[in-house]
Design a protein around this ligand. Structure first.
Ligand SMILES: [Cu+2]
Length: 326
């Protein structure tokens, strides 16, 4: 049994026992003694609080751009100076010389599009979940293998959006303890350098798996399963409460190496490209969703912050502007 399930069990058990006791008392007073149904279901047909409701995914897509506001510039000199200070202290500095150029902000000069912004959607209500069993089983809408490369001592890509598991539609559990099935997606970290070691480290928010780190020997993007660090398995990755923030990725040997990963319960998420463009597929055909747009320095740039911004899926073009570089 997983840690969250045990924790949930410890918390829920006294509540369940108390509920059974109360039902036993109140049930005696009702006709037929069927107090349980009346206590857990409201008259208006709404599901009981905490119950999970499936939302069908569809053939819709939401696309747009994330741009940096005109006139707003990150302090590139300060970012590069900080990198220089850290890299100069390291014995690998000669081999890591390409890491001196900051990659936290990658802004396209002509369009002002920002790369490496994580964008995803969630159902409108916390008690809803996207039913993606079919997508998971058919391996549709997501990369089955994601590779975190580490050329010249930086992470490539810096930001990942992962899909390690989904809510089991046959037995969804409850909003505070969803029952997840594995998606089958694998994520590997590899080390393409032969002369440098990296100790890749995952720091995972509570409920998302377990912290892990490993010193990587030579391994490649084309065959990550040969010597790569299987983050999915070693980190026991699974979806978690995203309000706790992303999984932090770092390197114990090179302290300037920084990356982050969001671990979603569905594949309706992505990152922006060089022009700041994104496209999310398999969006429901109707209704509302919450959209989240996150940059590692600017944090959430959508309205509503970490609660997400409610949009109608009919508004399929969604553009965002980063106005504050923090
Ligand atoms: Cu490293």
């Amino acid at each position: 049994m997983s840690r969250w399930a045990r924790t949930a069990g410890l918390v829920l058990m006294p509540v369940l026992l108390l509920s059974v006791a109360l039902l036993g008392c109140s049930g005696d007073k009702k006709k037929g003694g069927d107090g349980k149904k009346e206590d857990t279901k409201k008259d208006d047909g709404e599901p009981p609080a905490g119950a999970m409701t499936p939302v069908k995914v569809g053939a819709n897509s939401i696309a747009g751009t994330v741009k940096l506001k005109e006139g707003v510039e990150p302090d590139y000199d300060a970012l590069n100076a900080d990198l220089k200070k850290r890299i100069d202290k390291n014995t690998n500095r000669a081999a890591c010389k390409e890491a001196y150029q900051q990659t936290a902000w990658i802004v396209d000069k002509s369009s002002r599009g920002v790369k490496n912004v994580a964008v995803w959607v969630m159902p409108e209500k916390e008690t809803e979940f996207f039913d993606v069993k079919e997508l998971a089983e058919k391996k549709q809408g997501f990369e089955p293998v994601v590779v975190l490369d580490q050329p010249h001592c930086h992470f490539e890509p810096r930001i990942l959006v992962l899909f390690p598991g989904y809510v089991n539609p046959a037995n969804p559990g409850d909003a505070s303890s969803p029952n997840y099935l594995k998606s089958g997606q694998l994520c590997y970290a590899v080390n393409p350098e032969t002369s440098i070691s990296h100790n890749t480290k995952l720091s995972i928010p509570f409920g998302g798996g377990q912290d892990a780190n490993k010193t990587l020997t030579h391994s490649t993007k084309s065959q990550p399963e040969k010597g790569g660090f299987n983050l999915t398995a070693e980190g026991k990755l699974k979806p978690y409460d995203l309000s706790k923030g992303p999984i932090k990725i770092s390197c114990n040997i090179h302290d300037w190496m920084e990356g982050a990963a969001w671990s979603l319960p569905h594949p309706l998420g992505t990152t922006t490209n060089e022009q700041g463009a994104f496209k999310i597929q398999n969006v429901p055909d109707s209704g509302k969703v919450r959209i989240f747009v996150w940059h590692e320095k600017a944090k959430f740039v959508n309205k509503g912050g970490k609660e997400g911004e409610v949009i109608d899926v009919k508004d399929a073009k969604q553009d965002f502007t980063i106005a504050d570089v923090k």
